[in-house]
Design a protein around this ligand. Structure first.
Ligand code: ADP
Length: 370
């Protein structure tokens, strides 16, 4: 991948290094990248040389901050600040995050004096979990920051200039603060659910649940929240009770109906079908639909369709799927760009016998204790 770009004599040694290595000039531009670095960055040497190192080497620290900003590796006197201690960072190449251990040394003399020599060791797969955690932290900090900034801004203004605002203005500001506080609470609830799902620690409080009552209840609540009717059809023909966690099922359904309300303008229908084994509930909307290339990723953590402007975190469908699967069901989606989507989930039918509980053992223990 070095291409035809001539490697300066004094840098030939780097060519042979067993780790990706790069030389950044004192002006912050890339002077050289060895073949392993080119591979890591997925670019030819000729395409790299002369580029702003900061924009090519997108490095983030564990808490999601920009490494170039925090470490200022090219700042200060190179003869005083000679070495950069090894640090594990996340390197973003296109859409991929890679964990790298970065070390560096400042160049003191010669043609590259004042520059920075960096090596980047790929950190093995065990570290990927930490990278995911760093991504999570950075997304979460971002998501928390905007409502908190608004809460802080409004409360500060109100405290400082209380007498200058009319009652109506004060009410409006407090309403915004209230909404933003709700947003933070919602996000924290979602994160808790995500961490439980990821750790396999989701505890279901199962009982016999009647979907025939639960579904209309959700519809009424969502519609009350938006102040108008949107769900035209609710068709749940004679469904038997299921052994499930009613709060979690409600969460699943609420998310699907709220999404249909939020992301579409057309009519919404909720229907159910059943066979011997399971009940399938489907929420259909007549909205814009989801493009085939986005459909694959729709249940992924933090996924939002490119350019999505409506408020959200991209966690809803991930949690929904996790909750459905915790019940032994399956979550699916079909969609046609331009004519709407249908999100379905299944719940295994029946009572305790489908929950994995040994009914015979339970019966005999009840008999012996009484
Ligand atoms: P959020 O709503 O917080 O973004 P979700 O996981 O619920 O998170 O949804 C992920 C993305 O999927 C949304 O950002 C939206 O772009 C898309 N989406 C979800 N439901 C629908 C729908 N019914 N129609 C079109 N797009 C949808």
């Amino acid at each position: 991948m070095t291409g035809d770009h001539a490697v300066p004599d004094h840098l030939v040694g780097l060519e042979l290094l067993g780790d990706p290595a790069l030389l950044v000039g004192a002006d912050g531009q890339l002077v050289y990248a060895n073949p392993l670095a080119c591979r890591l960055l997925d670019r030819r040497l000729t395409a790299l040389v002369g580029l702003e190192a900061e924009s090519v080497l997108r490095l983030r620290t564990e808490d999601g901050s920009d490494w170039w900003e925090c470490a200022t590796p090219l700042g200060g006197d190179p003869t005083v600040r000679r070495r950069l201690a090894e640090q594990e960072l996340t390197l973003q190449v296109g859409a991929v995050s890679r964990a790298v251990a970065v070390t560096g040394a400042r160049v003191e003399g010669g043609p590259d004096a004042g520059g920075l020599l960096l090596t980047m060791r790929r950190v093995d797969a065990r570290r990927r979990r930490d990278v995911a955690r760093a991504d999570l932290v950075s997304t979460v900090s971002h998501e928390l920051r905007s409502p908190l900034t608004s809460v802080k801004g409004f409360t500060k203004t109100l405290l400082a200039k209380w007498d200058r605002f009319t009652d109506e203005q004060k009410k409006q500001m407090l309403a915004t603060v209230n909404e933003d506080a709700d947003r933070v609470t919602r996000l924290l609830g979602e994160l808790l659910a995500v961490s439980r799902i990821d750790a396999g620690r989701l505890q279901l409080k199962r009982q016999m649940v009647d979907l025939g009552t639960l579904v209309p209840g959700v519809v009424t609540r969502v519609e009350a929240g938006i102040g108008r009717g949107r769900v035209l059809t609710v068709d749940l023909p004679g469904l038997p009770q299921v052994y499930a966690d009613p709060d979690r099922l409600e969460q699943v359904l609420t998310n699907l109906v709220e999404n249909a309300v939020k992301y579409t303008d057309g009519d919404i229908a909720i229907t159910a079908t059943q066979d011997d084994q399971l009940i399938r509930v489907t929420v259909t909307d007549q909205g814009e639909g989801i493009e085939p290339e986005n459909l694959k990723a729709i249940f992924t953590k933090f996924f939002r369709r490119p350019g999505e402007k409506r408020q959200g975190t991209g966690l809803g469908l991930y949690i929904t799927k996790g909750l459905v699967e915790a019940h032994g069901g399956e979550m699916t989606v079909t969609s046609q760009a331009g004519s709407g989507s249908a999100f379905s989930f299944t719940v295994p039918k029946g009572g305790l016998e489908l929950s994995g509980i040994d009914l015979e053992a339970l019966r005999s223990s009840v008999t012996t204790t009484h």
